[in-house]
Design a protein around this ligand. Structure first.
Ligand code: SF4
Length: 170
């Protein structure tokens, strides 16, 4: 089983979505947004590798978790490797959220390998690059006003972006 390159894990995050969450910060990002808070995650060679087995063990050992969040870096750089992780998370009945610098339309275009398959397991997507000139501290779980909090399953069904209406997220 291919291992995932990560910059870190937070197993009790309260800032990457509602409730207590297990957050995986993947390593590698092609977007290079001005003002990025995690520049150490940009290189594809940094960080360390983690196995699905270790992630499963971590998640199963914390019954208080309400969800899991993929952050980065950009998780879609390793979309293929994250698919079995995402599948496991949904089998546990946990909410899966994901941050990405890509926009939803790009992810479903077929130009990002395995993006559509990974999306099929994701509940909530916060999409778009961080834009410094649109930065706001008033936004819930996101950094700049251009970013959208998307109901992925509704959007895939409708073939267009449907925003989250769940007040835990908005
Ligand atoms: S997409 Fe995220 S990790 Fe990548 S450069 Fe932009 S803010 Fe940083």
């Amino acid at each position: 089983m291919a291992r995932i390159r990560i910059s870190g894990i937070v197993n009790d995050s309260i800032v990457d979505g509602p409730g207590l969450r297990y957050t995986i910060f993947t390593q590698g990002c092609p977007h290079h947004c001005e003002g990025c808070h995690n520049p150490q995650t940009h290189t594809y060679k940094g960080g360390k590798k983690i196995s699905l087995k270790k992630i499963k063990k971590d998640i199963l050992s914390n019954p208080l978790l309400q969800g899991v969040t993929f952050s980065g870096g950009d998780p879609f750089v390793q979309a293929e490797k994250l698919i079995p992780v995402a599948k496991f998370i949904k089998e546990q009945g946990l909410e899966l959220a994901c941050y990405t610098g890509y926009v939803f339309e790009m992810l479903i275009s077929g130009n990002i390998p395995y993006a559509r398959e990974l999306l099929s397991y994701i509940d909530v997507l916060i999409d778009g690059r961080f834009v410094l000139s649109q930065k706001s501290l008033d936004l819930k779980f996101k950094g700049s006003k251009n970013q959208r909090t998307i109901d992925v399953q509704a959007s895939l069904k409708e073939g267009k972006v449907i925003l989250m209406t769940d007040q835990r997220w908005t």
